[in-house]
Structure formats: structure tokens, C-alpha cells
Design a protein around this ligand. Structure first.
Ligand code: GLC
Length: 556
């Protein structure tokens, strides 16, 4: 293996950790997490093995959509700190080998952004055409993002009587991507944060950003050219820049977001289809949905990849499954109406859905960390935090971090009623689930994940290699093999609680001299003469193996 290759395209062997500064750690007792708090916990993240932090929006914002409604793209919300402290964070994180990427939310602004205020105040303002206006609401674009709160994508602006486009809440007017001045401004924002030291962006709502339906003037230029230009610009400014896009769209459209030929648009896309089918497989205890989606996904170009995840900060969207598949996932992981959202999602966190720390949860982590792609961890999932259903809609999963069993879970010294979001109590609350206790317990989920992440980073075949499914006769087993530069690893996961046995094709020829290393536990494995391997897995068991050929040296 040429490990030196892994440093250039760093996103192909990264471990990304998503966090909201607001709910991570409050350093000054005002009930709101802040950059100083985060800086204090950098070594915690470094110890876990995180190599890249994704910061959810921290920009000035009226906070009606948790910061995804921005009023100034060039600043830091004063509740969280200052731009100076942001730079200190980047510097400290870099020192610990951690890159920082930031949320780029430019599909829309807040309706309180000065651009929109100017646009709405005066039809002849140059900012008017920064947004999308029509005399009458159009049919297009179709689909409503938040059907519990909105019935249309168009909102009447009283002054002019015209309607503006908003793909999300009505207080989030969409920017007009067809306007060259808007494109220039987005590039300027990207340039600004690159200058502040970030290594890339998590791009919010990319399909909506590129969407031009509804723009009355008609748009000739392919919006994907804009994405390509933006990527080229960002890479010129800073060679290592990664664009990681939120693209939850149909299978047919996905490949275009990497770029038509050589992956010159998004370096990385979140694997939403993969994620939805992963949950279906977990619900069914059957590998087929996951296998089938992996077979159907377009291949990522060589320098690009998928981001894999169990859960993120939004609802667990199951919108690409069929109605009956969705029902299966609801029945397994969120039967109660108050756990469901928008008719297609679950507002729950990983550990709570999988019954808390135990073999099933650990198997799910092992599976996610071994899938082809780059793993993304949502804050608090490394200790198995649960959601707080008392918090409305998607915010139920965005609970404050549980650092200890002390007051407010160690998140803040403020009175409980002043916390940015309430802590949860009970089985998944800080008394039962917290960092301090898990650090001191060798067998905790935190320490388990630390070991697993270490192994994942030492096994670049998973992120870099060409991956192939291994057929077995046991439907509850998901088995795959990844090959990179002559080195092969294989992983097997038992999705069911029942013991399973299988004969694995390791991709070696009969008579080849092979040795097999167990990458996770001290187990001996001897291949059959024909190059296959018999494996037996306990309920929810898993194996990671490295296959050494022709006397290749064992590593560790
Ligand atoms: C994305 C974010 C979500 C936000 C929305 C609008 O889907 O993940 O949290 O509400 O965009 O910006």
C-alpha cells in the first residue's frame, strides 16, 4: 500500500465529526455553547480519532431554523464567540491534526438578511434580482420540504404583491442562482472562509441550490457549471478544499453532482440512499436492501467518494423508500406517532433506535465504519446519546452534549431554564450516558468506537479500494471485500440477532498462499484449500479481516 497517496485526497480516509458549537460546551455559563468551549474539548475529539470537524452554522442569525437562516455570511454569531476565536479554533484543531469544514448555507438567506431587506423594500434595488420573484405563485418547483409548516414554496410579499421562492421555511427566501452577482458573492464567501483556514464546506441543500425551476426569466446555463466553477475556484484558492454536498435526490441524478466526467464538482456526497437502505436492512435484519442499493449507486469517480453515516442532525429521512418499506422501518424503530415527522422521517437518534449500547448498536457502527466511503459521526452518538422528544420537530436530536453526570450534564453551569435546549433525562440522559463515565470504562461505547476508528483509519482499503459484495447463503449477513493497491480487506456483518454461518469467497485462487489477520479481535482464521473461508458469527456479530497473499508481512 502506498499510504503517502492518502494524504492528498484526505477526504477519502477521513473521519468527520459534525457538531453544533451552540450545544457542545458552554464556557461562560450563559446556557449557550461557544467557541471557547469547543476549543477546550479539541483533545477529546483528537483522542476519539476525528480528523475533520464539520461545524453546523455559527453565523449571525435570528435562529428561526437553528442558524440555517443566515443574516451575515462573513461573521460569527456573538452568542457563540468572535471571528478571532473561530480562527483560534481552526489553529488549535489543525495543530491536533484535525481539519475544519463549515456549513455553507447559500440556497437561501434569512428574510432578515440586509440583501433581502433591500430587495423587499424597493423593486428597483439591485438586490431585488438576488432573489426569485413572480407575479403569481408557480406550480414549480414541486415538493415541500417542511409540510407540517408550509403549504407552498411561494410567499407573497405585501409591499409589491409579488411572490418570492422559498424551498424551506417562508423566512428563508431562495437566492437566485442564475444571477451572476449572486454566484460571485457565493465565491467570495467561499474565498473568505478558506482564507480563515477552513479545509472545505458542507454544502447545504445542493439540489435546491442548483434548481432553476420557478425562475421566471428562464435559465440557459446549466447550473452544474456553476458548481464546477465554484469547485475550481475553491481548489485554486486552496488545493486541499473539499466540497461535501447534501444531495438527497433520485438515483438517476446523483452522478451529475460528482461531475460528468472527472468528478470536478462535489468531492464528496452524503450517501442518503445508502443510509435509507441501511436502516431498512437493519429493520429487516436482512442484507438485501443494502446490497441492492450498493449495486445500483453510480460509481464515485476515483478522487471522489460517498460520506456514510448512521444519523445526522435532521430527521432520519426515509423519503426514497416505498410506503411499505417506510412502514417497516417505522415499525422497527419508531412506532409512536411522536417519533415520526413529515410522514417520511424519524426524529430519533441512533442509540435509542437500536436499543442502547449493546451488540446491535456496535454492529451498526462497525458496519458504517467499514462501508466504502468516508464516515461522518453526529456529536454525542459516540457515547450513545438519545433524542429528547419533548423538543419540537427535528430539534429533538440536537440535544446538548452530555459530558458528565453533574448538573446539565456538564454542558453548562447556567440555570436549567436558560439552556439553549433542554437536557434529556432518564435512560439516555446524562446520569446514565456521559463522556466522563465512559472514558473510565474500557468496555464503554466511547472506547469501543475509539478503537474501531483507529482501525478504520489504519485500513484505507475501505475508503480507497474498489469494493465488491460477497455473496453468501445467509441472507442476514452483509459481506464485502475492498481491494486497494494489491491489499484486500473483507468485512462481514450479521444484521440479525441469530447466529449465522457462511462460506466466504475471499477473491483468492485455490493454492494461493494466504494468511488472514483478524483486525478487531484475537481470532484465528484458516482458509480452505480452495481459498474460501468458513465463518461463524454470533447474533449481531461482525468481522474485519485482512487477507495477506504470498507471504506479505503482517502489520499489527
Ligand atoms: C438542510 C439542513 C437542515 C436545514 C435546511 C435548510 O436540509 O440539513 O437542517 O433546515 O437545509 O437550510
Amino acid at each position: 500500500m502506498r499510504l503517502d497517496h492518502t494524504s492528498d485526497l484526505w477526504w477519502k480516509n477521513a473521519v468527520i465529526y459534525c457538531l453544533d458549537v451552540e450545544t457542545f460546551l458552554d464556557s461562560d455559563g450563559d446556557g449557550v455553547g461557544d467557541f471557547q468551549g469547543l476549543i477546550r474539548q479539541i483533545d477529546y475529539l483528537a483522542g476519539l480519532g476525528v480528523t475533520c470537524l464539520w461545524l453546523m452554522p455559527f453565523y449571525p442569525s435570528p435562529n428561526r431554523d437553528d442558524g440555517y437562516d443566515v443574516t451575515d455570511y462573513y461573521g460569527v454569531d456573538p452568542r457563540l464567540g468572535t471571528l478571532g476565536e473561530f480562527v483560534e479554533l481552526v489553529r488549535t484543531a489543525n495543530d491536533r491534526g484535525i481539519k475544519v469544514i463549515v456549513d455553507l448555507v447559500v440556497n437561501h438567506t434569512s428574510d432578515e438578511h440586509p440583501w433581502f431587506k433591500a430587495a423587499r423594500a424597493d423593486r428597483s434595488s439591485p438586490f431585488r434580482s438576488w432573489y426569485v420573484w413572480r407575479d403569481e405563485p408557480a406550480e414549480e418547483p414541486r415538493g415541500i420540504s417542511f409540510p407540517d409548516k408550509e403549504t407552498s414554496n411561494w410567499e407573497r410579499e405585501d409591499g409589491s404583491g409579488q411572490y418570492y421562492l422559498h424551498r424551506f421555511y417562508r423566512f428563508q427566501p431562495d437566492l437566485n442562482i442564475a444571477n451572476p452577482a449572486v454566484r460571485d458573492e457565493i465565491a467570495r464567501i467561499v474565498g473568505f472562509w478558506l482564507q480563515m483556514g477552513v479545509a472545505g464546506f458542507r454544502m447545504d441543500a445542493v439540489p435546491f441550490l442548483l434548481e432553476t425551476e420557478g425562475i421566471a426569466e428562464g435559465v440557459e446555463d446549466d447550473p452544474h457549471h456553476f458548481l464546477r466553477d465554484l469547485r475550481a475556484f475553491a481548489t485554486r484558492r486552496r488545493g486541499e478544499t473539499m466540497l461535501l454536498g447534501e444531495v438527497n435526490t433520485d438515483l438517476k441524478a446523483l452522478a451529475r453532482f460528482f461531475g460528468d466526467e472527472d468528478g470536478d464538482q462535489l468531492n464528496v456526497q452524503f450517501g442518503f440512499l445508502l443510509n435509507q437502505n441501511l436502516w431498512l436492512s437493519l429493520a429487516r435484519e436482512h442484507a438485501e436492501p443494502l446490497e441492492q442499493v450498493i449495486r445500483s449507486l453510480p460509481a464515485a469517480p476515483p478522487d471522489n467518494t460517498w460520506a456514510t453515516f448512521l444519523r445526522n442532525h435532521d430527521e432520519l429521512s426515509l423519503d426514497k423508500l416505498t410506503e411499505s418499506q417506510r412502514k417497516e422501518v417505522f415499525a422497527a424503530f419508531g412506532r409512536r406517532k411522536d417519533m415520526q415527522l413529515y410522514g417520511h422521517g424519524l426524529r430519533r437518534r441512533t442509540a435509542a433506535m437500536l436499543g442502547g449500547d449493546g451488540p446491535r448498536l456496535r454492529m451498526a457502527w462497525s458496519l458504517m465504519l467499514s462501508l466504502p466511503g468516508t464516515p461522518v459521526i453526529f456529536m454525542g452518538d459516540e457515547i450513545g446519546m438519545g433524542e429528547n422528544l419533548a423538543i419540537p420537530d427535528r430539534m429533538s436530536v440536537r440535544v446538548p452534549m452530555q459530558w458528565s453526570d453533574s448538573r446539565n450534564g456538564g454542558f453548562s453551569s447556567a440555570p436549567a431554564k436558560e439552556l439553549v435546549r433542554p437536557m434529556r433525562a432518564g435512560r439516555f440522559g446524562p446520569k446514565a450516558v456521559n463522556v466522563a463515565a465512559q472514558r473510565r470504562d474500557d468496555d464503554s461505547l466511547l472506547n469501543f468506537l475509539e478503537r474501531l476508528i483507529r482501525r478504520r483509519k489504519e485500513t484505507p482499503e475501505f475508503g480507497w479500494g474498489s469494493s465488491e459484495l460477497i455473496e453468501t447463503a445467509a441472507p442476514q449477513l452483509f459481506a464485502h471485500r475492498c481491494e486497494w493497491q494489491g491489499s484486500t480487506v473483507a468485512a462481514v456483518h450479521n444484521l440479525s440477532g441469530r447466529k449465522a454461518h457462511a462460506t466466504l469467497d475471499l477473491g483468492v485462487q485455490a493454492g494461493d498462499k494466504v494468511a488472514i489477520d483478524d483486525l478487531l479481535e484475537r481470532r484465528e482464521h484458516r482458509p480452505n484449500r480452495d481459498g474460501t473461508l468458513e465463518v461463524e458469527l454470533a447474533g449481531y456479530g461482525y468481522l474485519w479481516l485482512r487477507i495477506r497473499r504470498g507471504g506479505e508481512r503482517a502489520v499489527s
